[in-house]
Each structure stands twice: as structure tokens, then as C-alpha cells.
Ligand binder design. Structure first.
Ligand SMILES: C[S@@+](CC[C@H](N)C(=O)[O-])C[C@H]1O[C@@H](n2cnc3c(N)ncnc32)[C@H](O)[C@@H]1O
Length: 333
């Protein structure tokens, strides 16, 4: 059994702490199955030992749990899952080592739309940290805005199989979709939306119990697979200027990112900011408040950013957004 005193400095102890945190702060009330699995791992020495033998960056609960499901683990109570895991670890481990958690959330397009829809004329979309590129199709999804001004918006071709709901405050609901004439992404590990196994992995990254979200991602991946945008492999700082140079000059270049810059160092964030500022583009950043402290310093006084992203256009904060795309609270119209 795990003994917090004897094992105080062990790798296994660190695993226990990580999984206890995941159970208490991330999954509680969101995914009862992951909450039970994470709580179970915390007190399960044999399972912790397997996880502790992984490289540190591969020990995340999200990755280990998704890899087990991808390999066929029973999704239910902890005991059958841990029995299965102990028996099949040799098929789970290679998946953990080969894959990463790159949840791609098309719903974030709804929080970007109030900004994108105000850009007149043709738009060239370049997403940094695009994953499978599901946020590169804001013009091909349907939207249902609630709260201040309930409104529905569909592509010209008719309602999309992907319907994004977003609670909108402080700004009128968008009345048009952007005219996207070019789209491209950058990712250090792009996911190929045309590959069925990759699509299945993307769906597996969604936590058990979040069926609506999983169906949305599957439908968005089908849209991406039907006309795949090129996603350049590379570090965002190394290839941004080069990819941007391919955008058609008659369109407004929009460089955007959500839930990406949090994964790079402070120095690399500063370098990215310099690079993007030197491009002739609109820069849309949708990240946690701590990612760009200079942007956060311009937030209206008293704004509570806890649990929200800050949406900024050319470094000017314009709204707080729900990290999974379900709300947009504008600071000004
Ligand atoms: C959490 S996912 C977000 C995907 C997408 N932006 C969204 O909102 O759904 C973060 C993505 O950023 C990519 N990424 C992280 N650091 C990167 C870097 N230095 N250069 C390029 N891509 C990076 C990861 O590979 C991953 O696909």
C-alpha cells in the first residue's frame, strides 16, 4: 500500500499526488468514471508503479486513461479497469509513448466568431497549434447564441452537422460568418483528420460522460477530413513567418491560437509575440490570463479571470471566454 511517509520522495508518490489532484480538481462532478479511476490509482501501488516507470511527461492521467480506452479497456468502475490495465499494460504503454493529449475543440470557434465576423472581406486563417485543424472551419459550423441576444447562424449552404452553442454577453450576436478563402495550421505534432485511427484517438481524448462533446468533435473531424487544410509540422516560432508568407495578399491574414501558448516557455512566448507583431495580420489570442501578463494587465479593473481564457485582438483584451468554447463575455462592443 502507498505510505505517504515511507514513499515521501518516490516517483510513485508524485504519481499519487498528480492523480489525487486530477480526481479532486479536474474530474470531480465532470466525469465520474475518470474521477473514480484517478482516485483508485492514487491508492493503488501496482498501478502507480507502472505509471511511475513512464517518462514524467507521459504520466498525465488524461493520457494514460485515454490510451487505455484506445486499447480497449472497459469503461466503468475502477476495479475491472485496473485488472484489465495490469493485464494489458504492454499494449497500453506504446500508445502512451506514441501519442499526446491534443484535445481539439471546435466549439472554441463560437467564442472567436464575434471577432472573426467583424473582419470585412476575404480572410486567410492561420491557426498556430492547430492539432487536427478543427478550429479552422468557423465558416462551416452552425451557431446558437444564448443569453443577451439569442440568435442562430448557419452557413450559406444550410445548417451544419456541427452546432456550437455559446452564451454571449456584452456584444451583439454575430450576423455573418467570415469569408474564409485560405486556411492553414501549424503544429509540432499535427493530427491527420483524414485518418480514421487518429479521429478515433481525438474522440477518445474526450472524457467518458461527455458524449455531446465527443459527437461534436467527430462531426467536426468529418468536415476537416472532407477538405483538409494543410497543417505544417514545426515549432510555432520556427515556421510562423514562412507559413504566413503563403497566405493570399488580397485577404486579411488572421493568426490565431487557443490553448497553445500555455505549452511554451516564457521566452518562447515573447519570441512568438515579436514574430506575430511583425506580420501584417490580425492577431487573435485565446489563452489563460497568465500566458501573456502584458495583455492581462490591460483587463478592466476587477475582472475575475479564474477559469476563463482571455480573448485578445492585437494584444487588446476584448472578452473572457469559456475554455471549451461555451461562453463569451465581451468587455466592450
Ligand atoms: C490543447 S491543443 C489545442 C488545439 C486547438 N488550438 C484547439 O483550440 O482545439 C494544443 C496544441 O498545440 C500544439 N503545440 C504546443 N506547443 C507547440 C509548439 N511549440 N509549436 C507548435 N505547436 C505546438 C500541440 O501539439 C497541440 O496540438
Amino acid at each position: 500500500m502507498f505510505d505517504p511517509i515511507l514513499d515521501a520522495d518516490s516517483e510513485s508518490d508524485q504519481v499519487a499526488r498528480t492523480y489525487a489532484r486530477f480526481a479532486a480538481h479536474e474530474t470531480a462532478g465532470v466525469s465520474p468514471i475518470y474521477e473514480a479511476w484517478a482516485g483508485g490509482v492514487t491508492a493503488d501501488e501496482p498501478v502507480r508503479a507502472l505509471i511511475a516507470a513512464l517518462p514524467v511527461a507521459k504520466r498525465q492521467p488524461n493520457l494514460v486513461f485515454a490510451a487505455s480506452r484506445h486499447a480497449g479497456a472497459p469503461v466503468g468502475p475502477y476495479e475491472p479497469w485496473r485488472e484489465w490495465l495490469l493485464e494489458h499494460w504492454e499494449s497500453v504503454r506504446p500508445i502512451v509513448m506514441a501519442r499526446a493529449t491534443q484535445t481539439n475543440e471546435a466549439a472554441r470557434c463560437a467564442t472567436l466568431l464575434p471577432v472573426l465576423s467583424r473582419i470585412e472581406g476575404p480572410v486567410a486563417l492561420l491557426e498556430v497549434g492547430a492539432s487536427a485543424g478543427l478550429c479552422l472551419y468557423p465558416d462551416q459550423y452552425s451557431y446558437r447564441f444564448t443569453s443577451d441576444a439569442p440568435a442562430a447562424l448557419n452557413p450559406d449552404s444550410g445548417p451544419s452537422p456541427v452546432v456550437l452553442e455559446c452564451a454571449l454577453y456584452g456584444t451583439p450576436a454575430p450576423t455573418r460568418l467570415p469569408d474564409v478563402v485560405w486556411r492553414a495550421g501549424i503544429d509540432r505534432n499535427p493530427l491527420d483528420a483524414t485518418d480514421p485511427d487518429t479521429r478515433s484517438w481525438l474522440e477518445t481524448l474526450v472524457w467518458p460522460g461527455q458524449d455531446e462533446r465527443r459527437e461534436r468533435i467527430a462531426a467536426a473531424a468529418r468536415i476537416a477530413a472532407a477538405a483538409p487544410a494543410p497543417i505544417r509540422v514545426g515549432d510555432l516560432n520556427e515556421v510562423l513567418a514562412e507559413v504566413a508568407a503563403d497566405a493570399p495578399t488580397e485577404a486579411t491574414l488572421v493568426v490565431f491560437h487557443s490553448a497553445v501558448l500555455v505549452y511554451v516557455s516564457t521566452a518562447d512566448r515573447a519570441r512568438f509575440r515579436d514574430t506575430v507583431s511583425n506580420l501584417n495580420c490580425v492577431w487573435i489570442s485565446n489563452e489563460g490570463a497568465h500566458v501573456f501578463p502584458d495583455i492581462a494587465s490591460r483587463l478592466p479593473t476587477g475582472v475575475d479571470t479564474d477559469g476563463s481564457f482571455v480573448l485578445a485582438v492585437d494584444e487588446e483584451p476584448v472578452a473572457l471566454t469559456g475554455p471549451h468554447g461555451h461562453s463569451h463575455t465581451a468587455f466592450r462592443v
